[in-house]
Design a protein around this ligand. Sequence first.
Ligand code: SF4
Length: 338
Amino acid sequence: MTSEEIKKILNNRDFLFFEDLARNSAKITEQFFGRTIGLYTPLYLSNYCSSYCTYCGFNSRNKIKRLKLTPEQIHLEMAQIVQSGIENILLLTGESYQATPLSYLKESVHIAKQYFTCISLEVHPMEEDEYRQLFAEGVDGITIYQETYDRPRYSEVHISGKKSDFDFRYNAPERIAKSGIRQISLGILLGLYDVAEDIYSLYQHLRWLEKNFPGVEFSISFPRLRKIKGLELPFGHVDDASFIKIICLTRTLFPRVGINLSTRETPFIRDHALGLGVTKLSAGSNTSVGGYALTLPQEQDPQFDIEDNRSLKEVVALLKDKNFDPVLTDWRPIKNDL
Ligand code: SF4
């Protein structure tokens, strides 16, 4: 499929076409994933960042309160989160190689192993050997979004810091796959650039990765750009209908790929996207550092505002009500005492 064909699909306002696309997507999703929806909770370890990305509230030039959890505080946050019953955790940081080096990430993963069975990271990109060390520590998955695949646009919005290195980021999924880590989540920030062009490039990237690393489980996210405090962003808005079409089209072209939906989206969109292609939801989220047990969220500026504030319990109840099977972990280690 070309970017022109993707554009035509996104611009097609014919209701029957939309319905066909959605029905087909729902059918494929059920065929490959059944009625299961994976759930995870994000935990922000630090908001230090040495990069300047114009669209992000954590950027190095933004004068916000900077925090980084100590090992004791990580224990407190995790002990609070695990009470909800979730076993799948996503650990996030801003991108600071100084504030959150590999040693800090390894220690955080080591602590997380005491509370959770499934651990993923969304942190700065690294070298293959560093990913290998994280794998040995027990990391199951890495999330790394290219944000936009258009090089000129990428340079315009990633002004300074390591994130401005397009190629180092683009090649990160390959390094992760080679390290042994079994789950990789890719994504673009919808609204940064021409949506059809970026989706086309994401699909190309994913196809190449699937072909070269068939043993890796890939998933995709499509976060929509949100405004950050005090900044008017001259970027495109992706409306709800186009957003749902993107999910359905992705499912149709990539039957086995996971599709994640975060609490950036409203309960209305999250509830309606269920069954159409989405396979994983974040739930009970707090995007402040120390937001679960330590700091009041209003005391700091989060990376983005949450639109769906429902607790994990409420999301689980909703899924059961809609005849879905909520999954709180991907796997559990078995002790063989024989
Ligand atoms: S998007 Fe990531 S690298 Fe860029 S400013 Fe935000 S936290 Fe830092």
